[in-house]
Design a protein around this ligand. Structure first.
Ligand code: GDP
Length: 536
């Protein structure tokens, strides 16, 4: 969004784009498994009235099975492989919550989804603080300086010291914190929160779920409730006003500072404050970098990029859904847009909106929205669709795999077919494929093991290629580059069997473990080892 209030083009279409874009908030929730992401999602959706029955988000079992044959693995394992987008309206704003697959369905798509949002809510378990997965997802957000709002959850249970938690965020993530609310009591004695901005108190008993002004009561009035130590709370609040940084919108928008809210998703407490904060502070759709220029979200021409491909596991339906994030303008059903990579026009005859469990045709969508575009393999991850100009968005990177396996073909005669299939699968972003320069069989890399299950199932169903995966001597992969081609060539020559080509033919160094990686890196002068490869 530009800061200029007067639109350059005052035509009715353009002014509707400006208005629609300004009221959109596209975000994701990042957390470690069990911190409360699903519970919080349900509560957020309840606020927006997107669903009227809490508990639908993680619904498993019978009802799901009867829904569709959308994906066999999804049915078999009762998990959601589809990155769904949940859209809800609240106080005039349109929130697009992009689901980041977690638990067993954690995959590279989880990371890629974060390239399609403008902000993120970081959910932290108050008893545990920053956990491994949260930290990893945070690092992906930091690549693009995505603003983060923090929700410290499970305050109704035993929790760590509040200052300790803030300190941990500051130290481990190098992110300034500003508490927006402050817990009054903790664990069994958690009574509610103090609103640092207004000085009001919101009590857990009565009114916790509602947004709106907190009650103006003096903390002293809460004396005698449970084991609340009023003097301690007062002391903490004095320390907060003395020691904590005031909220700074610009620092937040630049990804340097996080506002922190406390609550309990399970008790639907503090969720309203969080949602209000998201509406007030989280940015509307941001300008996106392309190969030619920055594209502003409220420009008239429709542009979008593909960040995820979902294939149908049913071999009779070879359709794919490409998830595209609109970067500018307005998409209208039936419009034509150019797939910039091939230069060919595509007719967007049935773009779809996704909901927690459902999808529906999208008649129109605006920058910040995510639509699913059915296709037969035409669209790839990172593709740009454009109504006018030939631009290509940068920024759906590849992430170094956390699991590396060698593919073992049951029928050795089909090696050529496997090569083609793996190429296709890696272009679709199912797995990454690494071809060792010494001619050894290909390796595949993933960030979540479900990706291997998907690959196996799809190779079997679509290519009649039964495969197994073997643990290889390599565990880590890093893209290597150098300003000096001679140095790179010398490194490749010296590390023969440990160098492979990725899907684009870019060199990758394969290491046995962290120790070897560190050892090699220290001695490889002039070579850059990277855990992320940007799409150019
Ligand atoms: P996810 O794995 O991050 O999606 O976490 P879930 O939302 O599934 O929550 C994990 C567990 O924590 C479930 O048993 C929830 O009921 C519980 N939980 C979530 N939020 C809270 C909370 O605020 N307080 C308490 N006591 N339990 C919670």
């Amino acid at each position: 969004m530009s800061d200029i209030a007067i639109p350059a083009d005052p035509s009715p279409l353009h002014s509707s784009i400006v208005t629609e874009v300004a009221r959109r908030r596209t975000f994701a929730i990042i957390s470690h498994p069990d911190a409360g992401k699903t519970t919080l999602t349900e509560k957020l959706l309840l606020f927006g009235g997107a669903i009227n029955l809490a508990g639908q988000v993680k619904a498993k079992g019978e009802r799901r099975n009867t829904r569709s044959d959308w994906m066999k693995i999804e049915r078999d394992r009762g998990i959601s492989v589809v990155t769904s987008v949940m859209t809800f309206e609240f106080e005039g704003l349109v929130f697009n919550l992009l689901d980041t697959p977690g638990h067993e369905d954690f995959s590279e798509d989880t990371y890629r989804t974060l390239t399609a949002v403008d902000s993120a809510v970081m959910v932290i378990d108050a008893a545990k603080g920053i956990e491994a997965r949260t930290r990893k997802l945070f690092e992906v957000c930091r690549l693009r300086d995505i603003p983060i709002i923090t929700f410290i959850n499970k305050m109704d249970r035993e929790s760590r010291d509040t200052f300790d938690l803030l300190d941990e965020i500051e130290k481990t993530l190098a992110l300034d914190t500003t508490p927006m609310t402050w817990p009054v009591g903790r664990g069994r004695d958690f009574l509610g929160t103090y609103d640092i901005g207004t000085g009001g108190i919101r009590l857990l008993e009565g009114g916790g779920a509602k947004t709106g002004a907190a009650q103006q009561i003096d903390i002293a009035e809460l004396a005698g409730r449970g084991n609340l130590d009023v003097a301690e709370v007062k002391e903490e609040l004095a320390l907060v006003s003395e020691a904590c940084k005031p909220f700074d919108l610009e620092a937040f928008r630049e990804g340097h500072l996080t506002p922190v809210y406390f609550g309990s998703a399970l008790r639907n407490f503090g969720v309203g404050d969080l949602l209000e904060g998201l509406g007030k502070f989280a940015p509307p759709p941001r300008a996106q970098d392309s190969n030619l220029r920055k594209v502003e979200a409220d420009e008239k021409g429709m542009t979008a990029f593909v960040f995820k491909i979902q294939a149908n596991m049913d071999p009779n339906h070879r359709d794919r859904i490409a998830f595209a994030r609109l970067c500018s303008g307005k998409l209208t059903r039936g419009m034509k847009a150019k797939l910039v990579r091939t230069g060919k026009n595509m007719s967007l005859s049935s773009p779809q909106f996704f909901f927690a469990q459902d999808r529906a045709l999208a008649d129109e969508a605006f920058a910040g929205d995510v639509v699913g575009i059915p296709n037969h393999g035409t669209l790839r991850i990172g593709d740009t669709l454009s109504e006018g100009e030939d631009i290509t968005f940068v920024g759906v990177p590849s992430f170094a795999p956390e699991i590396v396996r060698r593919v073992r073909l049951k029928d050795a005669m089909k090696a050529k077919k496997l090569k083609e299939a793996l190429q296709q699968m890696s272009e679709e972003g199912v797995v990454q494929v690494f071809r060792p320069r010494d001619g050894a069989p290909a390796l595949v890399g993933v960030v979540g093991s479900l990706q291997l299950d998907v690959l196996k199932a799809r190779l079997d169903a679509e290519y009649q290629l039964p495969v197994d995966f073997e643990v290889s001597e390599f565990q880590l992969a890093r893209w290597i580059s150098s300003d000096d081609p001679k140095k790179l060539n010398a490194f490749v020559a010296a590390n023969g069997s440990g160098v492979a080509d990725d899907v684009d033919g870019d060199p990758v160094y394969l290491a046995k473990n962290e120790f070897y990686l560190g050892y090699t890196r220290e001695r490889a002068e002039g070579i850059v080892f990277s855990a992320i490869k940007d799409v150019k």
